[in-house]
Design a protein around this ligand. Structure first.
Ligand code: UDX
Length: 447
């Protein structure tokens, strides 16, 4: 019999998991406390931009394999497993991870499961510091439920690794599945669930304890961040070398199977809701455990300095930014999302404004989110398209590598801009073409 699952927290991770499980035929109940979000998803619409997910959700709603609620009894009583996918934001100066949503959700699941006779498995997908399940969540379950942990109620850690913008692909075809639990019943229940979901497509499955599962998630994101800051530090060096080009260097080292070609795109660094937060999280955990993690601290610092590098590059063409009209093309932290959390665009805009530049911004998807953060500043103008953004600008910066920006030819920049200075922050243009007729520079490009 196909198990029934509930998913708590309908953000990127939760809604993608719920929809993909439902699309594979499992009956899924998605829960969120936000009524607006529930109304949106019940209509088959998405509360965020994510290609491919919308049509899948609509199909599942039509087939009746997915439903939504804000009531824990609905979500728990009628299902065998509950996936917890709520966020764990960082808080305070020490960047400790805020577990309040996870704890609140666990207590609500326990209350709803109390009268249930059958065994129920809780699967933690939210990212938590290593050791959290053993030292905080298991005691919380014992204190808040009469049920016996590992017998009547189970708890497994199973981190997700999905990328925004590729949520469907990553949830349907994960590179691997990690299951952290000491308990055989819990681990087997989740293995069976995943086997039913992925069938012949079952990826490598690693069974371990909860602390390793939690650590794997942190280490995974820290390693990805390391690759990005590493190549950006090589980019800084290439910019100081005549004839050097970081893209060619990245290609050359990427052929080495021990290194691999992915995540070596030099640019303006990493943003988003995960990489920066999880890196701060692992640094904070290291510190608490008495280990000053210099390496990861430097990875973070290299990333923080990417916005300064853009300002330096503009200043290699113009001495003063005051009064200059600068077009910022791209606000989302990466293409194919409307997410601007920890996006480098925000830091660049703030630096430009500090120097009294007038800023025009455009992003194909993130304008509304940007307006809510940047607010009303008479010197930040919101363009309706990329041409309007670059019109009469003194300088344009490519901050996010959206496909539509790749179509802007040197002729268009020359025609629309006042002073065609172009800074390619994401290496989307061929320097040999663009530098012929424009004042052009790009990240990682030697003099
Ligand atoms: C990331 C992880 O990839 C995912 O496994 C985890 O579960 C959540 O965090 P996401 O935040 O969606 O996913 O974005 P990702 O595609 O990893 O990109 C992160 C940032 O790094 C973006 O700002 C992107 O522009 C930047 N990046 C990525 C680079 O600057 N260079 C690269 O080569 C790759």
């Amino acid at each position: 019999m196909q198990p029934r699952a509930s998913v708590i927290g309908l953000g990127h991770v939760g809604l993608s998991a719920a929809t993909c499980f439902a699309h594979k035929g499992t009956h899924v109940i998605g829960l969120d406390k936000d009524q607006v979000k529930l109304d949106t998803v019940r209509k088959g619409k998405l509360p965020f931009y994510e290609q491919e997910l919308g049509p899948m959700l609509q199909e599942c709603l039509k087939n009746g394999t997915i439903e939504f609620t804000s009531d824990y009894k609905d979500a728990v009583e009628d299902t065998n497993l509950t996936f917890v996918c709520v966020s764990t934001p960082s808080i305070n100066e020490q960047n400790e991870v805020d577990l309040s949503y996870v704890k609140e959700v666990l207590k609500s699941i326990l209350a709803a499961a109390e009268s249930k006779e059958e065994y129920h498995l809780i699967v933690l997908q939210s990212t938590v510091p290593p050791g959290t399940t053993d030292t905080i969540l298991e005691p919380l379950i014992s204190q808040n439920s009469k049920k016996r942990l590992g017998k009547d109620i189970g708890l497994c850690v199973s981190p997700e690794f999905l990328r925004e913008g590729r949520a469907v692909e990553d949830t349907r075809h994960p590179d691997r599945l990690i299951i952290g639990s000491y308990n055989e019943l819990d681990a087997n229940t989740l293995v069976d669930f995943y086997k039913k979901i992925y069938r012949d497509d079952l990826p490598p499955l690693l069974l371990t304890n909860s602390v390793n599962a939690e650590m794997i998630k942190y280490a995974n994101n820290a390693f990805l961040a390391t690759k990005i800051s590493f190549i950006n530090s090589i980019a800084n060096l290439c910019e100081r070398l005549r004839g050097a080009d970081v893209n060619i260097v990245a290609r050359g080292i990427g052929f080495d199977k021990r290194i691999g070609e992915q995540f070596l795109n030099a640019g303006l660094g990493f943003g988003g809701s995960c990489l920066p937060k999880d890196l701060r999280g692992i640094i904070s955990v290291s510190y608490k455990l008495g280990y000053d993690n210099d390496l990861l601290g430097t990875i973070y610092k290299v990333n923080e300095l990417r916005a300064d590098r853009v300002i330096e590059l503009i200043k290699s063409f113009v001495q003063e930014l005051k009064g200059k009209r600068i077009a910022v093309l791209g606000l989302a932290f990466k293409p194919n999302t409307d997410d601007i959390r920890e996006a480098v665009s925000l830091r660049i805009i703030s630096k430009l404004r500090k120097e009294d530049a007038s800023v025009v911004v455009y992003d194909p998807e993130a304008m509304e989110n940007a307006k809510s953060v940047l607010g009303k500043d008479d010197d930040v103008k919101y363009a309706r398209n990329s041409l309007e953004a670059i019109k009469d600008a003194d300088c344009a910066i490519i901050v996010t590598e959206w496909d539509e920006f790749k179509k802007i030819t040197p002729e268009i920049f020359n025609r629309e801009m006042r002073e065609p200075i172009l800074i390619d922050g994401r290496r989307i243009y061929d320097p040999s073409v663009y530098s012929k007729s424009l004042k052009f520079t790009a990240i990682g490009l030697g003099t």
